[in-house]
Design a protein around this ligand. Sequence first.
Ligand code: IMP
Length: 428
Amino acid sequence: MANVTVIGAQWGDEGKGKLVDWLSNRADVVVRFQGGHNAGHTLVVGNQTYKLSLLPSGVVQGKLSIIGNGVVVDPWHLLKEIGQIREQGVDITPDMLVLADNACLILPIHRDLDQAREAAATNKIGTTGRGIGPAYEDKVGRRAIRVADLADREALEAKIDRLLAHHTPLRRGLGLPEVDPAGLLAELEAMAGKILPYARPAWLLLDEQVKAGKRVLFEGAQGALLDVDHGTYPYVTSSNTVAGQAAAGSGLGPKGPGYVLGIVKAYTTRVGEGPFPTELFDDVGKHLGTVGREFGTVTGRERRCGWFDAALVRQSVALNGIAGIALTKLDVLDGLPTLKICTGYRLNGQEIGYLPAGLKAQGQLEPVYEEMEGWSQTTQGARSWKDLPASAVKYVRRIEELIGAPVALLSTSPQRDDTILMRDPFQD
Ligand code: IMP
């Protein structure tokens, strides 16, 4: 199978960046297909740490990198990120970075709206405040400004009018100052010349690449439980984060995604608000947060931590068509005498094996746990299955059984080379 799609199988922050970086070695093209700069991908290569939010992780290895049509793009942020990565010695040129010309833009008005709504809300979503939701709203509302519009002043003027006809009353209601259309036009025109060299029909380029036998790696952002349809709605992001979106968000068609690799953390975390059945408020929760350095890459917020939820990941395996998983951060569990795995839930006296759709029901779930013996040795940096303590192997095997998918890769530290390969997703 030629292509691989990497997605987060929980609530994001599973360690996708490292795995995508590791797999990019074997790929020719790396594609982002949803989300925006709400994502935070940390790549540690030797003594360099790269923090990416919008650029596909393939840029670090000089691979052809595509920001697909499914992504919402803050062009000013993109230019800033290109500048930062350049400063770290990675050159980025329009030969290697392609921005889909039909991708929609995130504008300052989207950020304003996201932040003002969160500040005013009694039921906060806990967004990253980067304008992601409002930008997707304008996309499906058919009033967004797309990358290609930057090359057409007439189109831009008409689109700005249409956009502000919608945003002005909203801004008034939230006490935000009015936006001057001429000022917005000037800002867009001043930036256009720097962004347009990267703009191309990405679907066409991808089609050519695939026909030439190239291998494509799709890089998901966030996680399946943050999917706007399948996640813990409304405490979700505003895009489809599941693997099927790799096709629609890149233009490659349903065969495009290929082998789906779900990235799974050996315990569970989430940032922002919303249901989290296995959340821990005790010392173990604190231990996971401290040892696992569970702070958001984008916002610096503390992540909520809890036991591994096999019911949740089993659901994710089905929703994404996951063929194999990459298990990350097993070493964070080192030294815990007893581990718990959630195998299902109790709701109103009955046992269920999945997360129900209703928010109230999600909030009432009581996890059903199975206990396992922990291990005292360190698993950090292990490079072979043989280096793992027997209890750690048992834990991993039990996870495989409960979720119904095999472990293809085991990541044992943030370093690129601390990865145990069980089966190669590109060969499977
Ligand atoms: P938004 O994507 O900024 O609208 O935020 C919506 C929800 O998704 C919030 O709970 C965020 O914390 C969460 N979220 C967005 N991006 C990420 C990510 O990359 N990792 C983890 N959570 C995220």
